[in-house]
Write a protein that binds this ligand. Structure first.
Ligand SMILES: [Zn+2]
Length: 432
């Protein structure tokens, strides 16, 4: 199509090259053709990015798109559109659909549906075990060859340590470009967490709700760190929520064990005190924890114990979330609020530099899952997120593109918002 776009005078933030400078970025035929000062914009579509931040496309390595099986909550197309409006150029979708993504056909289905939708890129994560039941392994090599980028039984924990060991050994033996297939782990001891509704602590005692203790997470993560050390697999911890887990991961990294971790915007921003009104929008797994945990998660991102920010976007219908607290499902949507929430909590507050924040949303997930993208460099696909750091962002359910509205951030006010998302040069203008 030969269309040339010049993104003019933005603050270009590229963590891979430590670039943080006011520059122009030119895009031709879906690729970045030039990055520099005062680029020639003749015969080009010009995007005035003065006052805006120009970043590598944000990548959410942990979303639930609900298709196949629960299309009333979200579809691959609606989730990929929600991603675009949240400033994400790519997402990795978890396999706990109905049926689970445990077959080559299911992997292919997701890739084809995402391609025909034409919004954010969607990379499927395949199940570790058949039906994610934790009993027998999937054919991991075939799933990976078909296009799965990682393995996970997210939503459930592989409770049998021998099966987990075997999964890590197989994953370690599957390579792309010399890098082993990653495993993303939902590490929560299911026996300790059984029946739990919210974080176990003062708030659960006040509300009379069964608690999920912190040690349900730390016990499972400690086991999986030991298995990562044994197998040398590439192990990634999903949605870390506790101070003690952050410390375990920090120590594992210092010993040279190949582990990485992500944290969600809601665990960075909110605590279990939100649950005082029994509002099921705050019923999330792992649960919102204490202020001490929340602060430790921010600190973990700052010192590198935690690598990435991922939303765990978990759509549910209003009917489901209106059930009595004990029966309502866990989860919050997150794609369209992640940028303002994490900018406000991490950057505006001075905890992270802009570059470090951008890294957690782009370069880090791409590195962990061995995905293309995450860098602004000449010749790379033009997956770019442009953020307005001075905008106000008021979270209103009517604005969501997601089919579901179960956001734990509704009614809250944050700063910054994504204003343009470019996917291989295709420009989505997000101003509502
Ligand atoms: Zn999970």
């Amino acid at each position: 199509m030969n269309e040339k776009i010049v993104i003019k005078s933005g603050r270009v933030l590229d963590p891979a090259s430590h670039l943080d400078e006011i520059l122009d970025v030119a895009v031709i035929d879906g690729k970045i053709s030039e990055i520099g000062k005062s680029l020639n914009a003749e015969d080009s579509k010009v995007i005035n990015a003065e006052g805006l931040w120009v970043c590598p496309g944000f990548v959410d390595m942990h979303v639930h798109l609900r298709e196949p099986g629960q299309e009333d909550r979200e579809t691959i197309a609606s989730g990929a559109l929600s991603a675009v409006y949240g400033g994400f150029t790519a997402v990795c979708c978890m396999p706990n659909t109905d049926p689970a993504v445990d077959s080559v056909g299911a992997v292919r289905y997701i890739i084809e549906r995402a391609k025909s939708a034409g919004f954010a890129k969607v990379y499927p994560i395949a199940a570790i075990t058949q039906k994610s039941e934790g009993k027998s392994l999937t054919n991991m090599a075939s799933l990976f060859e078909e296009g799965a980028v990682a393995f996970s039984d997210d939503g459930r924990t592989v409770m049998d340590a021998l099966i987990m060991r075997r999964a890590m050994e197989y994953a370690r033996g599957i390579y792309t470009n010399g890098i082993s297939a990653p495993i993303s782990l939902h590490s929560i001891d299911e026996n300790l967490a059984r029946g739990g509704q919210i974080n176990e602590g003062k708030i659960s005692a006040i509300l009379g709700l069964a608690g999920i203790p912190s040690c349900a997470e730390t016990i499972a993560i400690a086991r999986d760190i030991a298995l990562a050390e044994l197998t040398h697999a590439k192990v990634h911890f999903a949605h870390v929520s506790t101070k003690d887990a952050v410390q375990l991961i920090r120590e594992a990294k210092s010993k040279g064990i190949s582990v990485t971790a992500e944290v969600t915007p809601h665990h960075l921003a909110l605590t279990d005190s939100e649950l005082i009104g029994y509002d099921t929008r705050f019923k999330i797994n792992p649960p919102l924890r204490s202020e001490e945990d929340r602060a430790a998660l921010c600190e973990g991102l700052k010192d590198g114990a935690i690598d990435a920010i991922a939303t765990d976007h978990a759509p549910h219908t209003q009917i489901d979330k209106d059930l009595p607290f004990d029966s309502a499902p866990f989860g919050t949507i997150g794609l369209e609020t992640a940028v303002p929430v994490t900018y406000t909590i991490l950057v505006k507050s001075g905890i992270l530099s802009p570059l470090k924040w951008v890294e957690a949303l782009s370069l880090a997930p791409c590195t962990i899952f061995n995905l293309p993208g995450g860098k602004l460099k000449v010749g790379a696909q033009a997956d770019i997120t442009v953020v307005d750091p001075s905008a106000d962002f008021f979270v209103k359910p009517d604005n969501f593109k997601s089919l579901s509205k179960n956001s734990c951030f509704i009614g809250k006010k944050y700063s910054a918002k994504p204003v343009f998302t470019f996917i291989e040069g295709k420009c989505f203008s997000l101003c509502l």
